[in-house]
Design a protein around this ligand. Sequence first.
Ligand code: VNL
Length: 178
Amino acid sequence: MSDFKRLYVEALLAANWEAPDWQQLEKTKEGEWLLERHSMTERLKACCSTLTVEVLGLHEVGKEVLSDNERDLLGDQACLVREVVLSGDDVPWLCARTLVPMSTLTEREQDIADLGAVPLGQRVFNQANARRDAIEVAHVVCEGQALLARRSRLWVNDKPMLVSELFLPHAPIYQEEG
Ligand code: VNL
């Protein structure tokens, strides 16, 4: 993995998640992105011709590795960690790290471990009962640049996963409306 991608994953891990100020954020362009409850994949796809997923990492972690806060959101569970960079027309836009409890990877959801280059959002929001909650946001400084991040919990068939997303410097969230 290139160093810059590793830096982004580490920046996500160090993020200080906070409850969003909904009233303030809802009025802003950034807020539309950060507070999106439906698929981020779809929102990104609408801004480019080709959205690609590069899997940076896929590994299991024991439940002792979870923070108290992650445990509150997911339960006391060993997890699969999926780390990706999403690019719009070859420009890196988003670094995402997802914790998927092993208890979520059952029945119809077993395939989530084998998504490869299929975006998670495409898989999850295919299912009518998918929903998102527990949205939090963070300001992250990475290589001297102030970047926006969010963390949210996705549910499929009432089973949770936790998605952290860092918007990279060229992401549409920072672009002026045309
Ligand atoms: C993934 C994670 C994709 C978070 C996403 O949107 C996302 C993935 C395209 O792991 O594939 O917002």
